[in-house]
Design a protein around this ligand. Structure first.
Ligand code: FMN
Length: 176
C-alpha cells in the first residue's frame, strides 16, 4: 500500500512519526509531506530516515515542481496526521498555500480515502471555526478520527490528544 502522510505543526508530530515506522515495518511505502511548522517538532532527518523517502516540504522545489500532483496520484490513502487547527480551517476554505494544503486540494477529486486526525489544545478544538471546518470536510467525504480526551501537552485536560498510533493504523485499515 502506498501511504501518503501529511503532517502539520503540532506537539503530536513525534508521536505521529510512529506511523511511518509501523507502516514501513509492515511493508508499505510511505511518503511524507509536511509544513514548515512541522519541522519545529520533528526533524527532516527523522522523517526521511524512517520513511526512506525524500520529504516534500515545499511546493516550489527545483526538479520536483509537479510533485504535488505526482504524490496525490501515487497514494492509495492520504492521512493528515497530526492535523492542526490551522490546517483544518485552511482545507475547509480551499486554501492551498503550502505543500500540505496544495497536495490535499489537488488530491481530493481523485476519490481516494482521505483522513484527518486532529491534535490540539481542547480550546482550539472547540473553537467554532474548527468544528465547522471538520463538519464541512466530512460532508465532502473526508473521514475523521476524533481526538481523545485526557492529559494535553499544555498541562491541561480535555479533548484534543492524538489517538494512539496502533488505533490510527487500525482505523486506516478499515478504509481499504
Ligand atoms: C509548542 C507548540 C505546540 C503546538 N501544538 C499544536 C497542536 O497540537 N495543534 C495545533 O493545532 N496547533 C499547535 N500549535 C500551533 C501551530 O503550530 C500553529 O498554529 C501553526 O501556525 C500551525 O502551522 P501549520 O498548520 O502550517 O503546520 C503549537 C504551537 C506550539 C508553539
Amino acid at each position: 500500500m502506498n501511504r501518503l502522510l501529511l503532517m502539520t505543526g503540532s506537539i503530536a508530530c513525534a508521536k505521529a512519526s510512529g506511523l511511518i515506522s509501523e507502516w514501513v515495518k509492515q511493508g508499505d511505502q510511505v511518503k511524507v509531506v509536511c509544513t514548515p511548522g512541522t519541522l519545529n517538532f520533528v526533524g527532516l532527518a527523522t522523517l526521511e530516515g524512517l520513511s526512506g523517502q525524500t520529504v516534500m516540504t515545499q511546493v516550489y522545489e527545483a526538479g520536483a515542481m509537479m510533485d504535488h500532483i505526482h504524490v496525490s496520484r501515487w497514494a492509495d490513502q492520504i492521512v493528515l496526521c497530526p492535523a492542526t487547527a490551522n490546517a483544518i480551517n485552511k482545507l475547509a476554505a480551499g486554501i492551498a498555500d503550502d505543500a500540505v494544503s496544495t497536495v490535499w486540494v489537488a488530491a481530493h477529486s481523485l476519490g481516494k480515502p482521505m483522513v484527518l486526525v486532529p491534535a490540539m489544545n481542547a480550546m482550539m478544538w472547540q473553537y467554532p471555526a474548527t468544528q465547522a471546518a471538520v463538519q464541512k470536510l466530512q460532508t465532502w467525504g473526508v473521514k475523521m478520527m476524533p481526538p481523545v480526551a485526557g492529559d494535553l501537552a499544555c498541562g491541561e485536560q480535555g479533548e484534543g490528544r492524538l489517538p494512539e498510533v496502533a488505533d490510527i493504523i487500525q482505523f486506516m485499515e478499515t478504509l481499504q
